[in-house]
Design a protein around this ligand. Structure first.
Ligand SMILES: [Zn+2]
Length: 470
């Protein structure tokens, strides 16, 4: 792999040029900003890297995704086998899916940027711009690997599909529909997710799953108009009804969610996952500093936090609205009350099933008058840590970075992994250029050239092993 690694290093300026071209083109999905040109630009760049490209339209007038396919070169495939000490003339090159997204977060608050977010700027060893890390930096690092294999080994060691989503930063609302429409071309043997890289201590960081999320709105309207609060003696209160409904959902002492059947499909952790949880760094002091909380929910100690945070679902009240909250007092009995809630889901919970269970819970507890509306749902997904793909990614990262990997069997956040992992049945791991100092989603997003080169080398190593050993 030495020649591949040298190529990545000596061609880094060319790779960064590609990255800068991507960063200069705004593609803010939340504001539909820049999408008159962004999909075609991404398509053109993929074509320049030898991919056959299709722009895939999303349902519901969503923003398109860009898909590229490049087949393996027989000589490069054999060379990958030699590298792994494998001599199997009957083997066929497997197919690797690279999931990335070309849309970015909005630049707000723009006044906190020290440089133009859409003009790549270098200061010392850091490169600044929106999407520089998430996820255009990861796209460019993958393309650097493609160039290296083509120019050093004469072609790709495996078949490669690259899928660049246009709406990831907006919650991938149309990805399930899009995947349904194009399922026949999106199959693969394994998938590298959008990022991955190193943690704050510069250990390789691998994640193998993401939580799901169910977002709902609860609303109650019991009067046709607000009333004078003296009527609180005899008129029903929307605000109390809503508060009581919320209260019925959770045990205040042990934080257990009381919706009947809520935990039925929570998948038990495997012994390998238990071990990974026990080995995760203790972030409790950092969280305390960031949030200023004196204690954690139901008195959890730092050793209990990773399991609760990563392997358990949550019911969160994101917003509450009713009556008067202005200056002084208004003696009003409000006609309406509403709340937004998001439920973080773990495998094998399903958003539609949990939605039905919430409805049944409300009805059973006398809250038939509380309306429940679906805002959005994303399925959770987790690749088995003992699977061949996860193990290959873990071993490879430890070789590339020369340090033990920190393995997150799942992250606490959500994303559209299920559409590839669940719907299409592809095992997924992370690998990329990420580092906690990159300020993704925030002002002054950046990367270092070191992160970029190391991340690309790791992806190259993983691609070689995948091609040879799958
Ligand atoms: Zn991202």
């Amino acid at each position: 792999m030495d020649s591949i690694h040298r190529h990545i290093e000596s061609n880094v300026d060319r790779s960064l040029d590609t990255l800068f071209t991507l960063v200069r083109q705004p593609s803010v999905s939340a504001q539909r900003l820049g999408f008159d040109r962004a999909p075609q630009l991404v398509a053109d760049i993929f074509v320049q890297h030898g991919f056959e490209v299709q722009i895939l339209e999303a349902p519901n007038n969503g923003l398109p995704s860009v898909y590229g396919y490049a087949s393996a070169d027989p000589g490069s495939f054999r060379r990958a086998q030699e590298q792994s000490g494998i001599d199997d003339p009957n083997a066929e090159p497997p197919t690797l899916m690279l999931y990335v997204h070309y849309d970015v977060q909005p630049t707000d608050p723009i006044e906190l940027w020290e440089t133009d977010p859409f003009e790549p700027t270098r200061k010392d060893d850091r490169l600044y711009g929106r999407g520089m890390s998430d996820d255009k930096g990861n796209i460019a690092a993958r393309l650097a690997v493609i160039n290296a294999f083509r120019e050093e080994w004469g072609g790709l060691p495996c078949n490669v599909k690259i899928f660049a989503e246009g709406e990831e930063e907006s919650g991938s609302p149309n990805l399930p529909g899009l995947i349904n429409n194009y399922a026949d071309i999106l199959t693969a043997d394994a998938c590298i997710w959008e990022g991955g890289g190193r943690n704050a201590q510069n250990h390789p960081l691998i994640y193998l799953g993401l939580k799901g999320v169910l977002a709902v709105e609860l609303s109650v309207e019991l009067l046709k108009t607000d009333a004078h609060s003296s009527y609180a003696t005899i008129l029903p209160s929307a605000a109390w009804t809503l508060v009581n409904a919320l209260n019925s959902m959770k045990d205040p002492t042990d934080d257990r969610i009381l919706i009947e059947g809520f935990y039925d499909d929570v998948r038990a952790s495997t012994p390998a996952e238990d071990e990974a949880l026990a080995n995760l760094p203790d972030d409790s002091d950092e969280w305390r500093q960031t949030f200023g909380n004196e204690a954690f929910v139901s008195g959890l100690g730092s050793e209990d936090l990773p399991r609760k945070h990563l392997f358990m679902p949550a019911a969160n009240v994101a917003g509450l609205d009713s009556g008067y909250q202005g200056e002084g007092m208004k003696t009003v009995l409000p006609a309406k009350a509403s709340a937004k809630m998001d439920f973080r889901l773990v495998p094998d919970m399903r958003p539609d099933d949990i939605f039905d269970k919430i409805r049944r819970h409300l009805d059973r507890h006398g809250f038939e008058n509380v309306d429940l509306n679906l805002i959005s749902g994303v399925h959770p997904f987790r690749t088995d840590m003992s699977s061949k793909w996860a193990q290959m990614a873990i071993e490879t990262s430890e070789e590339t970075y020369g340090k033990p990997a920190v393995i997150y069997p799942t992250m606490a956040g959500s994303g559209p992994m299920y559409d590839f992992g669940g719907t299409l049945g592809i095992p997924i791991t992370s690998a990329g250029i990420d580092h906690p100092t990159h300020k993704i989603h925030a002002p002054n997003e950046n990367i270092t050239i070191d992160d970029f080169i190391l991340g690309a080398k790791n992806i190259a190593n993983l691609m070689q092993r995948f091609a040879a050993e799958w």
